[in-house]
Design a protein around this ligand. Structure first.
Ligand SMILES: N[C@@H](CCC(=O)N[C@@H](CS)C(=O)NCC(=O)O)C(=O)O
Length: 231
């Protein structure tokens, strides 16, 4: 049995690729060329009517899967991996996974695709300023959470899918949207979060995931754009 991951370099599929490689699961990767608008093609919309990446095909499921957090949870449950082994931590595992998805990632989307949230372009600077402040608070809260229990990971001593999701969001906020003057330095002054990023960056499976999407170097602490950038 092999999964199929529909991807575009450095899109949210990077989180899923990291999870698949960390879990040592076999998968095939299919490029959706965002530079050509392929995410809006009929064949891709049949997989995800939102026209968004990632999509994961699990041959044992009756529909293609979308939504990053849902795919992470599905993979973690089915493979009994990258989730807390202590059942008393199950609730906060879900709490932070949902927070990463519906608060951090959602607000990052607002920053990356600001125009699509507005009918009046004049409101753009105000929206972006508000979102920047919100995103800075989200990362500070996550840093406090790690500091509160001593890390090294978001939930404590066990790596979970939450860390992969957090790591990629932290990568993106430093470099997207391109040319955003507020992006560089946004994670300065968050030592526990930066320590987590360093630790993630040392993991071979994550380096491999990035290499497969044309991303090299210090991909979390000094991120560069992928070779075949879509945005
Ligand atoms: N809520 C979705 C968001 C996914 C998303 O924003 N994907 C972006 C790339 S990171 C995308 O496909 N953008 C293409 C577009 O907007 O046309 C999830 O969690 O998977």
């Amino acid at each position: 049995m092999s999964y199929t991951l529909h991807y575009s370099p450095d899109s949210a599929n990077l989180v899923i690729r990291m999870a698949l490689l960390e879990m040592k699961l076999p998968f095939e990767a299919v490029l959706v060329d965002r530079r050509m608008g392929e995410q809006r093609s009929g064949s891709f919309l049949a997989l995800n009517p939102q026209g968004l990446l990632p999509v994961l095909i699990d041959p044992l499921q009756d529909q293609p899967l979308f939504e990053t957090a849902a795919i992470l949870l599905h993979l973690s449950e089915r493979n009994n991996a990258l989730a807390p082994t202590d059942d008393a931590q199950r609730g906060r595992f879900l709490k932070w996974l949902f927070y990463l998805s519906n608060t951090l990632h959602a607000d990052l989307r607002g920053l990356f695709y600001s125009e699509s949230y507005l009918s009046d372009p004049a409101a753009l600077p105000a929206l972006r300023a508000g979102l920047h402040a919100r995103v800075a608070r989200h990362f500070a809260l996550l840093n406090d959470e790690i500091a509160g229990h001593g890390g090294p990971w978001l939930l404590g001593h066990e790596l979970t899918v939450c860390d992969l999701y957090l790591g990629v969001c932290a990568r993106w906020v430093q470099i997207y949207p391109r040319g955003d003057t507020l992006a560089p330095g946004v994670l300065a002054g968050l030592p526990q979060l930066n320590a987590l990023l360093h630790a993630l960056q040392g993991r071979q499976a994550l380096q491999q995931a990035c290499a497969q999407e044309g991303i090299g170097g210090a991909f979390l602490t000094a991120p560069q754009y992928p070779e075949q950038a879509a945005v």
